[in-house]
Design a protein around this ligand. Structure first.
Ligand SMILES: C[S@@+](CC[C@H](N)C(=O)[O-])C[C@H]1O[C@@H](n2cnc3c(N)ncnc32)[C@H](O)[C@@H]1O
Length: 294
């Protein structure tokens, strides 16, 4: 598929940087021969190290399915969303967005910060953008279950996620559902907290989206943003095939993800008192940015 050529170029760059291929005048030469046996040995060693620690086994099962379907993903014969949501099921998506070590840490961090806010404030309204499978929602909703003075707006561009969430969170009374596109955030009201986990990367014009998010956040409100800040190999074999919106790519200088510094440059604004970043150690490719509105 011609639109996947860009992904191929990124692949070549990464393989080159690992020393698996060598660039020559008229192409590339493979420097490492990977047999099926070698791959299986390495893969089971990795599973031993990761499963139950960094992620659950479904996350690696999902990656393996993508690796095995790589040629069809490149040619366009297989739709990557069918691998992520087999028969419409959310099990792989939950394994990736909820059950990994890093997302457990970041979503717990968001819940802790929101609890502090709830303890100090009377009436609050929370808006979650791109809430999807509800990985962050799951951590925050138990905090507000008993509070009549809190409203949680669960939003996503896709109605499919709203329908699933309505079913999953049916016992919660103070949750409202809405389709909302981060490229058109005319909410017509202000909220006290905005959560955007893994969705801002889809914004066609990130400056517009961030400006709108600040505009609809009340004074002393908070914005929680989680973003991937490195092009990981796991992404390159899988979800990169779902992130090909050319206008968004162009705006990011042809990269799938902005790094932490690029995000911080975009996030700094006169309306913000301070920005916190988690985790502070920089060998993990996800970051939580917390923006404190003045
Ligand atoms: C990578 S997932 C984020 C994970 C999600 N927070 C969860 O817990 O499942 C991205 C989510 O953003 C949604 N999305 C994509 N583009 C969007 C847009 N332009 N506006 C709002 N939501 C969008 C997708 O439907 C998906 O649910």
């Amino acid at each position: 598929m011609p639109e996947n050529e860009e992904i191929l170029r990124r692949w070549l760059k990464v393989l080159n940087s690992y020393g698996f291929i060598k660039e020559e005048a008229n192409g590339f030469t493979a420097l490492l021969k990977i047999t099926e046996h070698f791959f299986e040995t390495i893969w089971s060693q990795m599973e031993e190290l990761w499963n139950g620690k960094l992620c659950n086994k479904l996350a690696n099962e999902y990656l393996l399915k993508n690796i095995k379907a790589l040629s069809e993903l490149f040619s366009g014969e297989i739709n990557p969303t069918h691998i992520l949501f087999p028969e419409g099921k959310f099990d792989y998506a939950e394994a990736l967005y909820k059950d990994t070590f890093i997302f457990q840490y970041l979503n717990t961090k968001i819940a802790q910060k929101i609890k502090e806010f709830l303890d100090a404030t009377e009436h609050i309204e929370i808006l979650e953008l791109g809430a999807g499978t509800g990985a962050t929602t799951d951590n925050v909703l138990p905090l507000i279950k008993e509070r009549k003075n809190v409203i949680y707006y669960f939003s996503d561009i896709s109605y499919v996620f709203l329908r699933e969430a309505q079913h999953k969170y049916s016992e919660f009374r103070n949750i409202k559902y809405m389709t909302l596109n981060v490229n058109n955030l005319d909410l017509g009201k202000k909220v006290d907290i905005i959560i955007a986990n893994g969705v801002l990367n889809n914004a066609k014009n990130i400056k517009y989206t961030l400006d709108k998010m600040l505009e609809i956040t009340s004074e002393k409100g908070k914005i929680f943003i989680i973003e991937q800040v490195e092009e990981s190999l796991e992404m390159l074999v899988s979800q990169v095939f779902m992130m090909k919106d050319s206008s968004a790519l162009e705006e990011k200088g042809g990269k799938t993800f902005r790094n932490t510094e690029e995000w911080l440059r975009l996030l700094r604004d006169d309306r913000i008192e301070k920005i916190e970043v988690f985790p502070e150690k920089y060998n993990i490719d996800q970051r939580l940015f917390i923006l404190y509105h003045k």
